[in-house]
Design a protein around this ligand. Structure first.
Ligand code: ZN
Ligand code: ZN
Length: 244
């Protein structure tokens, strides 16, 4: 425990002592938690545009919500991602996941925080890892990001509000239906009173099909949550999303 604490402290000290570097390529930049001009040009920011519910690009005929959300309102009332998932944003997510770079979590939080709706006394909840995964890795990358967003906005973050009780296989390569089945019943809420009537903002690093977040949302709704939102760093936007 002491060694881990010291190591964390040393890493923090290092983060502050070194000149700020571009989170994309490592070039020295003038401002902390920013990108160099080259990476900046490459990043596709999603921001607050698109469908007011799912955040995906709208078609010309759609006003504020897309046809799919109008026809079948999703459990997650508002989904936002900072950037499109590509080589660069994936690189950041990987370095956060396997390197515990607090500086990377801060950079992500900088671009995710403006997308968080702050009404209704919300609580930020990172998508949980199973405890064996947590032991292997030593930390939950989404919890690091949630903590940094919490710091920026002054709203609560609680990584223990929902637990992952079932180990799920890697979802990569699975169809949406297979993914939904794989994550069904994977989560539970240990203390319903912490959830009842609250607005919960799920925090994730990468949003692919959304089946994991959707399973979290289902569990939280069942436990009495009033509203579920989701903010992620990067989101897979397929060509079909752009020409539905
Ligand atoms: Zn760069
Ligand atoms: Zn939509």
């Amino acid at each position: 425990m002491v060694v881990t604490a010291l190591r964390t402290a040393a890493r923090w000290a290092l983060d502050f002592a070194l000149p700020p570097r571009c989170a994309g390529c490592g070039t020295i930049v003038g401002e902390v938690h920013s990108f160099c001009p080259d990476c900046w040009r490459q990043i596709e920011f999603l921001g607050d545009s698109g469908c007011s519910t799912c955040g995906l690009p709208l078609q010309g005929t759609e006003a504020t919500s897309c046809a799919a959300c109008l026809a079948r309102p999703p459990r997650i009332a508002r989904t936002r991602a900072a950037v499109v998932y590509d080589e660069l944003s994936r690189g950041l997510a990987m370095r956060l996941k396997y390197g515990r770079k607090v500086a990377i979590a801060r950079t992500m939080a900088r671009y995710m925080a403006p997308l968080v709706a702050r009404g209704d006394n919300p609580v930020l909840v990172p998508v949980p890892l199973h405890r064996t995964r947590l032991w292997q890795r030593g930390f939950n990358q989404s919890a690091l990001v949630a903590r940094e967003i919490s710091r920026r906005l002054g709203i609560a973050a609680d990584p223990f509000l929902i637990r992952r009780t079932k180990r799920t296989p890697p979802l990569k390569g699975m169809s949406p239906l297979q993914r939904r089945k794989a994550v069904a019943g994977a989560f539970n809420v240990p203390d319903r009173s912490a959830v009842e009537g609250r607005t919960i903002i799920l925090v994730d690093d990468v949003l692919t099909t959304g089946s994991t977040a959707e399973a979290c949302a289902r569990t939280l709704k069942r436990a009495g949550a009033a509203r579920i939102e989701l903010v992620s760093w990067a989101r897979v936007v397929r060509p079909t999303h752009l020409m539905r």
